[in-house]
Write a protein that binds this ligand. Structure first.
Ligand SMILES: [Zn+2]
Length: 117
C-alpha cells in the first residue's frame, strides 16, 4: 500500500469519526469512495471537494433540460412552417391531417415548457 493510500484511509477514518458517511458512489477522478460531510462531498484520495450529481436520473434530466431551448426553437420553426402549409392547403382531408399535426406540435411545446419550469 502506498503512502498516498495510507493518508487517504486515515483521512477517511477521521471523517467517519467526525460523523461523515461513506457514499456508494465513487470519485469521478480516481474511483475512491466519496465521503459526505454535511452538504459537502469529499474525495480523500484527491483531497478535494467533489461536486456530484445525486443520481443517474438527475443527470439525465439535466441533459434533457440542456436540450430544451433547442427543441423549443425547432418546434416553433415547425409550427411556423406548418401554418404556412395550412394557409395554402384547401383539401379538407389534408387539412385534417395538418391540424392533427399542429395539435401534436403544440402539445409537445406545452410539455416542453412544463419540463423547463
Ligand atoms: Zn478522487
Amino acid at each position: 500500500m502506498t503512502k498516498r493510500n495510507d493518508a487517504s484511509i486515515k483521512k477517511m477514518a477521521d471523517l467517519l469519526r467526525q460523523g461523515a458517511t461513506m457514499l456508494a458512489q465513487g470519485c469521478p477522478q480516481c474511483g475512491s469512495p466519496l465521503m459526505k460531510m454535511g452538504d459537502d462531498v469529499y474525495c480523500t484520495t484527491c483531497d478535494r471537494r467533489i461536486v456530484v450529481v445525486d443520481s443517474q436520473e438527475q443527470a439525465e434530466s439535466q441533459t434533457v433540460k440542456a436540450l430544451i431551448p433547442e427543441l423549443h426553437e425547432i418546434l416553433l420553426k415547425k409550427l411556423k412552417t406548418l401554418s404556412d402549409v395550412i394557409e395554402a392547403e384547401n383539401d379538407t382531408e389534408a387539412l385534417t391531417k395538418l391540424a392533427n399535426l399542429m395539435v401534436l406540435l403544440l402539445q409537445s411545446l406545452e410539455r416542453l415548457e412544463g419540463i423547463a419550469q
